[in-house]
Design a binder for this molecule. Sequence first.
Ligand code: C5P
Length: 307
Amino acid sequence: MTQPAAATPTGTVTVRVPAKVNVQLSVGGLRPDGFHGLANVFLAVGLYDSVSATRAEEPRLTVSGPDAALVPQDRTNLAARAAELLAERHGLAPDVHLHIAKDIPVAGGMAGGSADAAGALLACDRLWGLNTPREELLALCAELGSDVPFSFAGGAALGEGRGEVLTPLEVGGAFHWVFAVADGGLSTPDVYRECDRLRADDDVPEPVASEALLAALRAGDAQALAGALRNDLQPAALSLRPSLAETLNTGLAAGALAALVSGSGPTCAFLAADADSAARTAHTLTASGTCRAARATTSPAPGATVV
Ligand code: C5P
């Protein structure tokens, strides 16, 4: 039986959570549980959603931001499921008003939904005065989705298993990125399915993290990282959205060191040599009409943080 949360701090708790880019996404074969084994090198980037939790009479979820209309504002939102899961584990009623101030591209391959779930979990934990240990919160994150633990942790990490088994990675300096946001999202399951279809006749090797890529991250070496970027979902994203090839080529022609689809797409990521080059690439992409918007930012970024 659920009960109202015990006397806890009043007011609102707001948590800021970052987007991610996968600098390596190596996809293994389809597992019996419907997921793929991964070697997934995550890097948190400086685009953020904010999730605020306020006591309420009943569960409520609202979203603001230019793409708010594209985000489910009911129990199907992963942030609402995060609040329900935490409440259930503690025998509480999930009576909270969650507000998501959305800046991360929606369904863009940048883990915006996962970020909101990680943010909601931390915000509710603090609002309800639970102070759940970090390891337990990470375990709840993994129940919510493969990318949620990394959204919580931030920084840089290797994700193995289905992406949820994290090993933190060292990063030796800031990297400069541009993200080209597409019109309309891509469904992650559809992209994985297309990846399986395209590779149906191939022997798919066991995914392993690239030593060259990990060394480039450790050294903070953008040139070396550019040569080591890899996303096995990119051919599938391009197959489902062929126009992304033009976006990738436009950013490269503008001087980016490398271009790749971010996660399952359709957001395209461009690694730049420095802040000036990133600003120029963003400007060219915006003017080109090959994307809806282009945003310059840096990595790594911190994980879920109470503000
Ligand atoms: O874990 P999450 O709910 O984010 O995964 C969404 C979908 O993406 C899964 O249902 C599955 O189709 C696909 N996926 C996968 N292998 C992974 C992660 C996700 O096939 N390692």
